[in-house]
Design a protein around this ligand. Sequence first.
Ligand code: AFD
Ligand code: MN
Ligand code: MN
Length: 430
Amino acid sequence: MTKTSISAELIAQHNQQHAARVRLDYESLGEQLARRHVDIDRLKADVARFTVAVPSWGVGTGGTRFARFPGKGEPRNVFDKIQDCGVIQQLVRCTPTVSPHFPWDKCSDYVELREHAQSHGLAFDAVNSNTFSDQPGQALSYKFGSLTHADPAVRAQAVAHNLECIEIGKKLGSKAITVWIGDGANFPGQNHFRRAFERYLASNQQIYAALPADWRMFLEHKMFEPAFYATVIQDWGSSLLAAQSLGDKARCLVDLGHHAPNTNIEMIVARLVHAGKLAGFHFNDSKYGDDDLDSGSINPFQLFLVFNELVDAAQSGASNFDPAYMLDQSHNVTDPIESLMTSAITVQRCYTQALLVDRVALTAYQDANDVLMAAQTLKQAFHTDVTPVLQTIRMEAGGVVDPVVAYRASSYRVHVAAVRPTSGPSSGIV
Ligand code: AFD
Ligand code: MN
Ligand code: MN
């Protein structure tokens, strides 16, 4: 039986209050969509299969480069993190997996951890390695790089950490490792660009060689930060080169916050789909850089346009197309559980809206150079309020109509704050 942290009575009561209204809204939307030749029940069935992974690090309070203000009842360890992720899944029902980060989530018994997750209705998604910060007692420092460091001993240590992540992931039931490195340069001349990239490939070849047959390796690019002049895997071009030279199991992961402002990310997605190399996503939103804000909080239309490419790829049977969806965000001023639930629903919403695009009409407008109508076809889908579909899916799956309202009514945060002491203030980005 699945362990629950929010009582069944609260969920039932909450849904009872809203059920009649949701049914009416669903019927009314169904009529609207029928006029557009869309069967709402079929749409609902498609969306009900959509899931997005929650990052274990997302349930803690993040920080900025200047400070971190710890929240109440923050998880003390990976077991607490799983409990928080369980609450998210209990209420939103589209987040059945957790993406862990090592060594942050290290523990002494991974069989126990996996069972703990199962008891909360959760499984594990891609494991993430961390060679962008030094850990207490670590032999060699990553201050000047990890997988691309000039010193082979540092590279070997970073490779060994990734291999350990794969071993842990096998115990947890993961099927992928995400490699993001902070390696780069703050000043011109600091690094030899080509040699650093060659070292990246050589190190990753060793990690790649250790992948089980049914695993994938996700390469995550990032334009800047912590290196402010150049990063080794700065964009999708470098990422694609690396993935192509490593082999079939290596693919390129797109974190929405890892590009220059106004970059056309949906087009990058289309190119990676074309190459059969799209690993998946780290969803978040940003205004300036790697802001890690809640999905769709700044630019929901961009998120919709990304899903427009994804739905198009799926419907046209693109090969090697099986993207992994994960959230990757950091919360400084909101309750992380509330933010993650909101983001998961926003991502699910954009997927639903993208399913509503009339692709036959769009193609005809594109081919006829009817620019205005092509653009309007996308806008019509984007402007459709699909809330009743999402609410109905949640209710039918045992979740709630309004997750934030139900979560607040449960006083979960107050309860965990009583048993989890507040951690001290610290600085730094999580
Ligand atoms: C980084 C990357 C990445 C990494 C995370 C750590 O987005 O996915 O694992 O932050 O907090 O910016
Ligand atoms: Mn990321
Ligand atoms: Mn990031």
